[in-house]
Design a protein around this ligand. Sequence first.
Ligand SMILES: [Zn+2]
Length: 324
Amino acid sequence: MSDSTSYDSWSTRFEGPPPLNSGMTVVADYLEEVFTEIRYPTAPGWAESPPTRRLMKGITESHLYPWNVVVPELRRRLVQKFKMASSTDSDVTYEGIPVLTEAFSGLSYGFAPLCPFKQKFASTSSFSKVTIESDCRSWDCEKCGKEQADRLFRAVTNVTLGTEELYVAEAQWSPKLMNMMFRRNQRVGAEYFWYRDAFDKVTFVSTRPLPGNKDPMVWRKMDRDEALTYIAAAVLWVPGHHDHGWTAGWRPLKPAKFVSDLISLHGFSEYQTALLFDTFRTEAMRLFDIEIELGTPPEERQGELAHLLIDIAAGIRSGDISAG
Ligand SMILES: [Zn+2]
């Protein structure tokens, strides 16, 4: 990459990038400083404009930090700043969840997830490449984040149907918090939902109080409507999602796996995709005497050809099939 030398020059004003194993907080501190310096330079000669996604990704990866791991932490810090600076929420979702529009505008300078994004597949019925555009379903995407929050709110609404009262409590997240709550609940047998926001505040919504001598200590009894209103208005603000979870009895069922005739080519290079179809055409001719280019192969051969395509794709993915 010819760009990597110019990326190095960004970091010369600092003591140097922290090593890979310094932990996310240290790496994010460093990158925040680098990106802020590009936007608001202390020395003359730099343009005052937000760095692009391409530039930030390039700098991040030139230090071997994985962008996909770093970027959620950078987004979270940005969202925190906007949330603290904002006194009112500018919009609400369909279900009435507050939306911090300014935070999405802030994220749009290089930090927003790519949405919709294109996914490549190989079809086992047409034996050709298929590209499908999908929503990113990220909580930090303005479109998908609102939908995710509404979906989660409806899941909480559904699972609490028939429950007259709920107990709500808060605690600051720590690595041991969830284990502690699991142990508390072994004696009580409650069902609960938890939601961790961008500030690491964890809200528990439970069928029974789960007190202890550490936070969450105070469990507020609310009737269901009151609790749902509170969750929408004060807990699920967008884009403030970090993580959430459920006890086993409340966990929504995963939607049935979608069965299709598509093999994912996620991560395949152009070369590997071409290799897949070249190898497939050659093998179809060699094994079955079928010329794929001539159009739809005989129906009785479809199954064997589908398996052949699947096997070749797996072979390319594992590296067993490479140069032709
Ligand atoms: Zn999206």
